[in-house]
Design a protein around this ligand. Structure first.
Ligand code: BG6
Ligand code: MG
Length: 214
């Protein structure tokens, strides 16, 4: 029986995935690296520094650790600029209602994002109180596809992995959820997220009654 639902943030609760893309694209353009929306799929769910490495590998560019950190910080400044201009209305339609319905039915809710900016984002959206537990990129060593973040969320929720359902838009996130022994609802394209038990187009479409059919 599902006792907890754990949500990724970027691309599942709100379209911050697009802001990450715009910021990485700006950096790629500055570095003369060709970077497409398709390339960006590989950056989803993984940490900032791993994303930096993937971006540089696309252009066969190799830099010192210091330079990589400087560039990653620059990208983060641009991302944070977008976040600071975000409005609570940007939360995807139906997400708040889903979180409310789950809790009403006694299902716990967790947020598990590789982003170090996750808490700032949910504060801007005024949805901190919708989650029983928030786990972010500042609290883990290994980012998705490693299961660490979901295992930490489940342990803080006091729920067994097998009783958790994860909502994810990243291939690395789906792999992490499955590696944690959890079920997964992919949010996005079946071609990308086909390993999940179910794939939906938008988070807000999901109905709590569907949990037991996964
Ligand atoms: C994930 C995003 O949620 O967080 C990735 O899917 C991003 O694209 C990662 O790189 C790290 O985010 P941040 O905000 O710590 O740079
Ligand atoms: Mg995501």
């Amino acid at each position: 029986m599902t006792k907890a639902c754990i949500f990724d943030l970027d691309g599942v609760i709100v379209d911050t995935a697009h802001y990450h893309f715009l910021a990485w694209k700006r950096l790629a353009d500055e570095l003369g690296i060709r970077f497409t929306v398709e390339d960006n799929e590989r950056l989803k769910g993984v940490s900032r520094m791993q994303s930096m490495d993937i971006l540089l590998s696309l252009g066969n560019v190799s830099l010192s650790q210091h330079d990589k950190e400087t560039l990653a910080n620059k990208k983060n400044t641009w991302f944070v600029d977008y976040v600071e201009r975000m409005m609570p209305e940007e939360i995807y339609p139906g997400v708040k209602a889903l979180l409310e319905q789950l809790r009403k039915q006694g299902v716990k809710t967790g947020l598990a994002s590789s982003s170090k900016n996750a808490r700032t984002v949910i504060q801007r959206l005024h949805i901190e109180s919708y989650f029983d537990v928030v786990v972010d990129g500042t609290m883990i060593v290994h980012s998705k596809p490693d299961p660490e973040i979901f295992l930490l969320a489940a342990s803080r929720l006091g729920v067994d992995s097998k009783d958790c359902v994860v909502f994810e838009d990243a291939e690395a996130g789906v792999e992490a959820a499955l590696a944690a022994g959890m079920k997964c609802v992919g949010v996005g394209s079946p071609a990308q997220l086909g390993k999940a038990q179910r794939v939906i187009e938008k988070t807000g479409q999901f109905k709590p009654a569907e949990l037991e059919q996964l």
